[in-house]
Design a protein around this ligand. Structure first.
Ligand SMILES: *Cc1c(COP(=O)(O)O)cnc(C)c1O
Length: 335
């Protein structure tokens, strides 16, 4: 099987499993798991924040961040294609009485600055805008990288208007490796930044919420409320530390493989894709009868997923160049 459904399908490597097996653990709800503490310190350092909190998933990282930043009857502005809007069951509304207000995402994953600025509101008739949430890289915009300058401009506008900037950096390490800007360069502009260990970094479980110390202390209460406090979580944190030590620079290989896949697919009749748009590890393309295309590919050993009417392929550490070439060959014969 060549599994291109997502970079979440990665299995822990033998070395990672060894690090997990040898992890020193405590009770993280009581706050004394030394491996979780080390991971949180590492995440804070990488993002240039005072503190960080280990949570079970990227969805919970977004929920913890947004519920801690907002109160009842406030709103979070996000992109219309943002993961928090399209793929998290409207959790902020259900659990926090906080509205998600989507504004059209450009294909670049950005939201037009003027539209964004015009949408921020604080009137007697409306919910109060408390947060702007950006996503980097942008999952449904084919892994697009937000330019540092754009993030800086949004942050300046948020500061001027008294609104918090939240960065859903599930794949912020991909953004960093692709753009050359450090994770810290991006994070400095946001009040809170989240990242996933369980995507391209290849750990089995976990995300980090990073921000000021007082804010992270509040986040810990929110995590508890959501049922996300874990006990001997050092076993999982050890995988995250291993991933941060060994799986960051290699993301460039995933980007290279994604580009190779996009270039191969672009030559096939009926496939719609512009390979020059592929910046990281997510390849979204049009195919004739896409549902059937995905089904026949999977029956023949290449697993893909769908993104709306399009097809999505994601590269990761479990896929090498030879497998990418096989996937392209199979696509040609299926078409
Ligand atoms: C995957 C993803 C999440 C959520 O992560 P889970 O681990 O699936 O909960 C959040 N935001 C973005 C942009 C993602 O791609």
């Amino acid at each position: 099987m060549i599994d291109l459904r997502s970079d979440t399908v990665t299995r822990p490597t033998a070395e990672m499993i060894k690090a997990m097996a040898l992890a020193e653990v405590g009770d993280d709800v009581l706050g004394d798991d030394p491996t979780v503490i080390r991971l949180q310190e590492r995440a804070a350092e990488l993002t240039g924040k005072e503190a960080a909190l280990f949570v079970p998933s990227g969805c919970m990282a977004n929920l913890v961040s947004l519920l801690t930043l907002t109160g009842r009857n406030e709103e979070v502005i996000c992109g219309s294609e943002a993961h928090v809007y399209t793929s998290e069951v409207g959790g902020t509304a259900i659990l926090g009485n906080v509205f998600l207000r989507p504004l059209a995402n450009l294909p670049s994953g950005q939201i037009d600055l003027e539209i964004l600025s015009g949408a921020i509101r604080c009137e007697v008739y409306t919910p109060i805008t408390r947060v702007v949430s950006l996503e980097n890289t942008h999952n449904r915009c084919s892994g697009a990288v937000l330019p540092l300058e754009y993030v800086r401009q949004v942050a300046a506008m948020c500061a001027e208007r008294g609104v918090h900037l939240h960065l859903d950096g599930a794949r912020i390490f991909n953004a960093s490796v692709a753009s050359g800007a450090s994770v810290r360069d991006y994070a400095i502009h946001a009040r809170v930044v989240n990242f996933c260990l369980s995507k391209g970094l290849g750990a089995p479980v976990g995300s980090l919420v990073c921000g000021e110390a007082g804010f992270i202390a509040e986040c810990k209460r929110t995590r508890r409320m959501l049922g996300g406090g874990m006990r001997q979580a050092g076993i999982l944190a050890a995988a995250g530390l291993y991933a941060l030590d060994h799986h960051v620079e290699r993301l460039a290989e995933d980007h290279w493989n994604a580009k190779r896949l996009a270039e191969g697919l672009a030559k096939l009749p009926g496939i719609q894709i512009d390979p020059s748009q592929i910046e990281t590890n997510i390849v979204i393309f049009g195919a004739p009868d896409s549902g059937r295309f995905v089904q026949i590919m999977s029956e023949n050993g290449v697993l893909l997923s769908r993104s709306g009417a399009n097809v999505r392929a994601v590269t990761h550490l479990g896929v090498d160049e030879a497998q990418i070439d096989k996937a392209i060959q199979l696509a040609a014969s299926v078409l």
